[in-house]
Write a protein of this length. Structure first.
Length: 301
């Protein structure tokens, strides 16, 4: 009986695997990648990111005033269409008070879609940019961005998935934004050590605000993302303790295709709505960074 059950289960898994990994333009689920990973591990991705960081350094971006705005979106899942993705880019580029925008991961849906990302980000000849405005999109790596062995495409486009950047205002105030990689639902030992070191360094600086940006969120409110909904419990404790001890003001994340706002020990954790074209109610988050932080959710036409 036990042997028969094992054979049946094996046949069922094989059949499901055949369905979900079928070749063709409509094969959108990387079943192998969902469970075992078809791109390099988090430690390997971290090392590759650090190689780039050592050469390029970490960006300092100049804002035009002490109060500036950051546009934040997530889970665009670009595939055949990219209407809202282009709308988001055009909108933040048109705002002179926005020195930077942040995408919280799952930029693309599955395969061969990074060409659309690069096309949308390419400067347009008709785009009039203020000479002091930084036309910059900072990207977080999401699980869909590494499915089907696509880490090589992500890093070719965005260069690194673990890094930080500093926003500096005309009066010398500075805000720190930390981007870290949770594309497969874990931070890994090497990246956790880097986060600790980065926040210890931040303690020695006079930062007005510290913001952490990632894809996978802390708290599992529903089962919409299955086994990869949130971090392992031990990592959740470790990250929450680390961030609250070092004064991280906010954590921005995506992944769950819904909006959630949670307060933890004075830190605000925000899950931003999905902005994919198929979503019936797409939003992005508009954040005003000043001595206080204000945010609102803006509906996308």
């Amino acid at each position: 009986m036990k042997k028969n059950i094992q054979i049946c289960l094996g046949s069922l898994l094989l059949a499901l695997g055949s369905i979900f990994t079928a070749c063709g333009p409509d094969a959108r689920l990387d079943m192998v990648g969902m469970f075992a990973g078809t791109s390099p591990t988090i430690d390997e991705r971290f090392e590759q990111s650090q190689e780039y960081n050592k050469k390029a350094g970490f960006a300092t971006i100049q804002a035009l005033s002490d109060d500036y705005q950051v546009y934040v979106c997530t889970d665009t899942h670009i595939h055949n269409t990219r209407t809202r993705w282009q709308y988001f880019i055009d909108t933040y580029r048109a705002n002179p008070m926005c020195p930077v925008a942040v995408h919280l991961g799952d930029v693309i849906d599955a395969t061969t879609d990074f060409e659309y990302v690069e096309e949308a980000l390419a400067p347009k000849p008709t785009t009039m940019m203020l000479p002091t405005k930084s036309d910059t999109l900072m990207a977080v790596c999401g699980n869909h961005d590494i499915y089907f062995k696509q880490w090589k495409n992500f890093i070719a486009t965005f260069k690194t998935s673990t890094y930080y950047f500093v926003l500096k205002t005309p009066t010398g105030k500075q805000d720190l934004f930390i981007i870290y990689d949770t594309a497969d639902g874990t931070v890994g030992n090497k990246q956790l050590q880097w986060l600790e070191q980065t926040l210890e360094w931040a303690d020695t600086q006079d930062f007005r605000h510290i913001i952490a940006c990632t894809h996978t969120h802390f708290f599992k409110r529903d089962g919409s993302q299955g086994h990869c909904s949130n971090f392992p419990l031990e990592e959740t404790y470790a990250l929450l303790n680390l961030f609250t001890q070092h004064g991280v003001k906010m954590v921005w994340s995506g992944h769950d295709h819904c909006r959630e706002i949670t307060q933890v020990k004075g830190m605000t954790c925000i899950v931003v709505d999905s902005m994919k074209d198929e979503n019936k109610e797409p939003f992005y988050m508009l954040v005003t960074m000043g001595d206080e932080i204000d945010y609102e959710f803006v509906a996308v036409p």
